[in-house]
Design a protein around this ligand. Structure first.
Ligand code: FAD
Length: 355
């Protein structure tokens, strides 16, 4: 009850969630800004942390890179399709080092506390109530302030993974209906070992027996498991006077489940808009509208990826494997791969780099 009885404390802006989206917003802000998370920054990893290498370079957190990947294999029971990633190499990174690197670039006050919602315009937390003219929800799929996620399994995918000692080169996706009927598996090497996981496009959360069975077959022993839901459809980027970024706005990419880049990209864009509001250069309404316009520009690619996810979940695996093979060939690949690989890099999209 502490949260309701104490007077609210005022800030210029409040950012809820200090992972990819929240840190990307916060590093753009100056002024009296409060960043809230129920955990210490970088302490609870929920992701395999695979992203293009340029993301770490662009954000100045290259120290967090664990392994660079220049190839991707899509393994199915009947064939393996290989993608050369050398044009846009990917990497896997250390979550804590990445987040701490971004936090070090922020000039905001961080407070570890759980947010329980919003009441009379104030953010209610275990440490009391906080108010600000601008509030940004970056709390992931749970959407702590923009409104609960409802029945998570109906609108979200679910992923579960574990650390193993398996050493490998390149990233691997596994498409095998016997392993996971409407979803995919992955092996993401992280230097000293690999994260091996399964993701269900239809939000099935009981994936541990299948993952354990796969690891047993490969004679690999598992470490501790982590997993959670993630969205596969865009949600409203603003709710009333609130901004939403990352998984809280459904910005995780369908099909590949890449959610880090979108959270960082839209977070940077949102942060810049919020700073203009704080500077008095934009009204709150104009800022909300500007952010909605930024997100709306990407509706089409999101729709295309959602259709591709639907194909992956509903067509026979050998058909989908054939599609990925054809998509990797010379006449088609240059038409889509660079656009995918560079998605989220501001200067490539004709926008200035985030500073
Ligand atoms: C198993 C798995 C593997 C994945 N692998 C990849 C990958 O390799 N590459 C990739 O790009 N994407 C991957 N994703 C997706 C990616 O992890 C998410 O899309 C991404 O983390 C979204 O970032 P975010 O900042 O929006 O939310 P999150 O990373 O979920 O961060 C939300 C933050 O809000 C905080 N929070 C939540 N509720 C509250 C509350 N009530 N009060 C206070 N704080 C709160 C949390 O503690 C957390 O720090 C994976 C997802 C899963 C489940």
């Amino acid at each position: 009850m502490l949260g309701l009885s104490m007077p609210a404390r005022d800030y210029d802006a409040i950012v809820v969630g200090a992972s990819f989206g929240g840190l990307a917003v916060a590093r753009q802000l100056r002024g009296h800004v409060l960043l809230l998370d129920r955990n210490e920054v970088g302490s609870v990893q929920t992701s395999a942390c695979g992203t293009p290498l340029w993301v770490c370079e662009w954000l100045g957190v290259t120290d967090s890179v664990l392994q660079v990947h220049e190839s991707l294999a899509i393994r199915t029971p009947s064939r393996t399709v290989r993608y050369d990633l050398s044009e846009v190499p990917f990497c896997t990174f250390d979550y804590r080092a990445f987040c701490e690197g971004l936090l070090a670039q922020c000039r905001v006050k961080f407070l570890r506390t759980s947010v329980t919602g919003i009441q009379d315009g104030a953010v209610v937390t275990g440490e009391g109530r906080f108010t600000a003219p601008v509030i940004v929800d970056c709390s992931g799929w749970r959407r702590a302030v923009t409104g609960g996620a409802g029945d998570a399994s109906r609108r979200h995918s679910f992923g579960l993974e574990t650390y193993t000692a398996l050493r490998d080169e390149g990233l691997t996706f596994l498409l095998d209906r016997r392993l996971i009927p409407q979803g995919l598996g992955w092996i993401f090497p992280v230097g000293t070992g690999s994260l091996v996981g399964l993701g269900s496009y239809v939000g099935r959360s009981k994936l541990k027996p299948a993952l354990e069975g796969f690891l047993r077959e490969q004679d690999i022993s598992a470490g501790s498991y982590h997993g959670t839901y993630f969205p596969y459809r865009l949600l409203r980027p603003t709710v009333g006077r609130l901004f939403a970024v990352g998984d809280a706005a459904g910005q995780c990419l369908p099909l590949t489940a890449e959610g880090i880049r979108p959270a960082l990209y839209f977070g940077g864009e949102c942060g810049r808009i919020v700073q203009r509001i704080l500077d008095g250069a934009l009204s709150l309404e104009a800022g909300l509208e500007a952010y909605r316009r930024v997100v709306a520009r990407y509706r089409r690619p999101y729709r295309v990826l959602r259709f591709a996810q639907w194909l992956a979940a509903h067509t026979p695996t050998r058909w989908f494997a054939l599609i990925t093979e054809v998509a990797a060939t010379r006449p088609l690949r240059p038409g889509w791969w660079p656009r995918y690989g560079w998605f989220g890099r501001p200067e490539r999209a004709g926008m200035p780099a985030v500073t």
